[in-house]
Design a protein around this ligand. Sequence first.
Ligand code: SHN
Ligand code: NAI
Length: 206
Amino acid sequence: MIPLMMDLRGAKVVIAGGGAVGARKARFFAHEAHVVVLSRSFHPDFAEIPAETVECDLAEMHDDEIISLLSGSFLVITALERADINQRIGLLARRCGAHLNDARGEEGDVIIPSVVRGDTYCIGISTFGRSPAMARHLRLCIEEHGGDIDGMVRLQEALREDLKQLVNDQPSRSRILNAVLDNPAMWDALPDGTEQAKEEALRKYL
Ligand SMILES: C[C@@]1(CC(=O)O)c2cc3[nH]c(cc4nc(cc5[nH]c(cc(n2)[C@H]1CCC(=O)O)[C@@](C)(CC(=O)O)[C@@H]5CCC(=O)O)C(CC(=O)O)=C4CCC(=O)O)c(CCC(=O)O)c3CC(=O)O
Ligand SMILES: NC(=O)C1=CN([C@@H]2O[C@H](COP(=O)(O)OP(=O)(O)OC[C@H]3O[C@@H](n4cnc5c(N)ncnc54)[C@H](O)[C@@H]3O)[C@@H](O)[C@H]2O)C=CC1
């Protein structure tokens, strides 16, 4: 599998199953995509998730009815406890040309990663379904020990703009940017603000 960052604004994402897992997947997508959840019942968290809910019994519905609900989807997620219904929805999703994520990780061509997100970056972590708890553990490690990633991205962004004017050759610019990343004193300078940290870097490395 290959990780990608995708713009899902306006895309339709359908989730079959409105339990705790369906709610977590809905929260993951609802701030960007148009999320529709098909389920017999809905977890209380749905009160705060901006998703469209459709109350229905998927086991009682004809293929055509389900297809009309799935059609136009970019992604379909199966999060029912019954593997046979998940599988049937998966088949219909593929017929509609949608990507598929199976919450049990058995079928499907999409995995939902653990995510560390800042204002200026996004890190997705997956174990390809082998150990979701490990994916979560790695997220917590990065959140705790990763440092001020936003601050460093802002410093690098400002510095590389200046370096394009001040240093002619690309290898030298690259060396300076990497030296800043490797220097604990530069990380310590981040709380002083981007401008001041940048001036310090220029003093040190030019
Ligand atoms: C394949 C996948 C489905 C997919 O693609 O969506 C999948 C499948 C399953 N997870 C299960 C259990 C748990 N899931 C978590 C947590 C998360 N699970 C997530 C993703 C994925 N889970 C995908 C693979 C991700 C990868 O590649 O690593 C995260 C990252 C994202 C999210 O879902 O929001 C989120 C962490 C978010 C965060 O906190 O950062 C914990 C941890 C906990 O809660 O403590 C547990 C309990 C401990 C354990 O089992 O590890 C079970 C039931 C197993 C059983 O029955 O015992 C199945 C199904 C099965 O395995 O049958
Ligand atoms: N991806 C992940 O991180 C995890 C995945 N899982 C898997 O996800 C699946 C769902 O887990 P939970 O949300 O905890 O289950 P749950 O039982 O809480 O929720 C299932 C939902 O599906 C609905 N439903 C059941 N039959 C239906 C039908 N015929 N038609 C329409 N709706 C129907 C129920 O009303 C309920 O809202 C399980 O198969 C489990 O193995 C479990 C834990 C974590």
